[in-house]
Write a protein that binds this ligand. Structure first.
Ligand SMILES: [Fe+2]
Ligand SMILES: [Fe+2]
Length: 317
């Protein structure tokens, strides 16, 4: 693959504009003001934990666990972004600002989980040690692939946080996940619009990168202990599954916002890539609806058709 050395300088004026928009739109907030400290008691500091302390459905516990560990893996996201886009000028300024905002997410979610006892704090800490010691994060093959990936990933994270908050049945938890989700949304909008500028600059190269990233997309959290088992629980609860991925990411972003069907002047290679991409998006939509129906039937007591579904099918579009 030929590396596009002009991509970063060409997109610099757009990023400058988008960072300015971000700073005007974003709101300052404080984790300590959202955490329900009054729920902490003697058991908060104990090594012993049992799930009756704060009963929540297993899928919600899985989602909280995965959401937080994803945020904890920040050093490696920063490392990848820093290497891809460089530390100079607005690119470095943005990645450092983004890192500071993301750090706030793990602070608030961890404090919330600690005082409420929703997740076993010792298991969580061991999983954090494992996750950060191994540092598994996606490594997009080009900077443009990286921009497409983060645009999709920030939106996936927003969706997962907000859906988790809704299922918590707890006002403080809902507010925290909504607050974090609002940040993820602004991150998504910045990267989404940066990709739009890249499409305008060179639609054929952008098409190939979008196809690669849609094909290889994995829900944030890959590398976490028992990730597939948690991802399956999260999908079955409808927090984040193929249907959500299709309806809330692929349709609104890839088809509508980036308008891959309407792009003109593509090279023959990019035309082929577009056909494959649209076929894939269609297929993901059909598979997502089928799976969601099957799980709804299973949870309402109607026997399901019984064919095995691997977690990989759910998270890998
Ligand atoms: Fe975050
Ligand atoms: Fe984010």
């Amino acid at each position: 693959m030929v590396l596009d050395h002009d991509l970063i300088p060409d997109l610099t004026p757009t990023l400058e504009r988008l960072v300015e928009r971000h700073l005007v739109t974003t709101k300052e907030w404080f984790p300590h003001e959202l955490v329900p400290w009054e729920r902490a008691d003697a058991s908060t500091a104990s090594r012993e934990w049992d799930e009756t302390r704060a009963p929540v459905p297993d899928a919600v516990r899985s989602a909280l666990f995965v959401n937080l560990l994803t945020e904890d893996n920040l050093p490696y996201y920063f490392q990848t972004i820093d290497a891809m886009f460089g530390a100079e000028g607005i690119w470095g300024e943005w990645s450092r600002r983004w890192t500071a905002e993301e750090g706030r997410h793990s602070i608030v979610i961890r404090d919330y989980l600690t005082v409420t006892g929703m997740v076993d704090p010792a298991a969580l800490e061991r999983a954090r040690m494992h996750q950060v010691s191994h540092g598994v994060v996606p490594q997009p093959e080009t900077p443009l692939d990286g921009l497409v990936y983060v645009a999709l990933q920030e939106l996936a994270t927003r969706i997962a946080h907000r859906a988790t908050g809704k299922l918590l049945d707890d006002r403080a938890g809902y507010d925290i996940m909504a607050r974090v989700g609002a940040d993820e949304n602004l991150h998504h909008l910045l990267y989404r619009d940066l990709v739009s500028a890249a499409i305008e600059r060179d639609p054929s190269t952008a098409m190939l990168a979008i196809e690669r990233q849609v094909k290889g997309f994995e829900m944030p959290g890959t590398g976490i202990v028992d990730f597939e088992q948690h991802a399956l629980a999260i999908a079955k609860a409808g927090i984040y599954d193929l249907k959500v991925h299709h309806e809330q990411i692929l349709l609104p972003v890839v088809l509508r916002q980036w308008d891959v069907e309407g792009l003109e002047g593509l090279t023959p290679e990019a035309e082929d890539s577009r056909v494959r991409l649209i076929t894939r998006i269609d297929r993901v939509g059909r598979a997502g609806r089928r799976l969601a129906d099957r799980w709804a039937e299973a949870s309402s007591g109607v026997p399901s058709s019984g064919d095995a579904v691997s977690a990989r099918d759910l998270i890998s579009a």
